[in-house]
Design a protein around this ligand. Structure first.
Ligand code: F9N
Length: 286
């Protein structure tokens, strides 16, 4: 029996993402808490709607301990809204965690940062697997969530890409780079190759992940500026301050490796997961 929106009780709104409104909901018959993202598809063209439904169906197949679980979708024709039902991540997102550290003048534990690197890499490995290259395109702290055991959950798969364009279906964006279209804020995590207009590729996710891991250490992104022009110049230059001195040289070297400007020599996710530093740190933790 397909689910209906009446099966859920809305507990509250938690915000609007790059594509729709996000609610915390409780399923009436089990009391389990979920998130649903309500997306208005009323203004979408027929083919965009088909793309959206096929993308959401694809997401339901993405089952991984470090990827936010997509459970189901409810097509509410009366309001031309699709409700995407997802796992509620009780620990919130890394952007909020970084903000709290800045406010309290505290730094994150190095062990947590290695774990975040490992778990996010495992999530990307699942997306980069040859069978189904679902490139993420929007790796940033606000898209990385935490469960009750502080495990990382990568969220907002692909959706941002498809749904951000949904609004202006009629007009094509002048900048065709899909990544640029999905960036709803300042592109702090955009890779040099995408800045230069090349196609987004698996190594672009590695660059963005490098920026996120840097930010978990320094509480600020490796490349920032007041305007996009100088930000993109800094990204292409690839130079950044060392992470705070209490973090190990090993972690500094791993981040430097991921932030290699030339994507051809930048490590792949596989290289990162098999890197001796990662293997050593994960062994001490697990
Ligand atoms: C940085 N801020 C904009 C957001 C801070 C975050 N606070 S919050 O939203 O209340 C909060 C507090 C505690 C837990 C959670 N859990 C959670 N949040 C999601 O999305 C957040 C939402 C995404 C669109 C933009 C607005 C925020 C999930 N998506 C799938 N599973 C999710 N689980 C959220």
């Amino acid at each position: 029996m397909p689910e209906r929106i009446e099966d859920y009780e809305v507990l509250g709104i938690i915000g609007t993402g790059s594509f729709g409104t996000c609610y915390k909901v409780r399923k009436r018959n089990t009391s389990h808490v979920f998130v649903w993202k309500a997306v208005d598809y009323g203004s979408m063209s027929e083919e965009r709607k088909k793309l959206l439904v096929s993308e959401v169906n694809l997401l339901r197949e993405l089952r991984h301990p470090n990827i936010v679980r997509y459970y189901d979708r409810i097509l509410h024709k009366e309001s031309a809204t699709i409700y995407i039902i997802m796992e509620w991540c009780v620990g919130g997102d890394l952007a909020t965690m970084i903000t709290k550290c800045k406010r309290n003048n505290t730094y994150l534990e190095e062990a947590f940062i290695w774990r975040a690197l490992y778990q996010t890499s495992r999530a990307l490995q699942a997306c980069h697997s040859p069978g189904r290259p679902v490139l993420h395109r929007d790796i940033k702290p606000a898209n990385l969530f935490l469960d009750s055991d502080f495990n990382i959950k990568l969220g907002d798969f692909g959706l941002a890409r498809i749904l951000t364009n949904a609004k202006d279906d009629d007009k094509e964006d002048e900048n065709d780079s899909l990544y640029a279209q999905t960036v709803v804020g300042t592109p702090y995590y955009m890779s040099p190759e995408v800045v230069k207009g090349s196609k987004y590729n698996r190594k672009s996710d590695v660059w963005s992940l490098g920026c996120v891991i840097y930010e978990l250490c320094s509480l600020t992104p490796p490349f920032s500026s007041g305007n996009i022009k100088s930000l993109t110049t800094r990204i292409k230059g690839g130079r950044f301050e060392r992470i705070p001195s209490h973090y190990s040289n090993e972690l500094q070297q791993m981040i430097t490796f991921m932030l290699t400007v030339n994507h051809e020599i930048r490590p792949s996710i596989e290289t990162i997961l098999h890197h001796p530093s990662v293997v050593t740190h994960i062994a001490t933790w697990s």
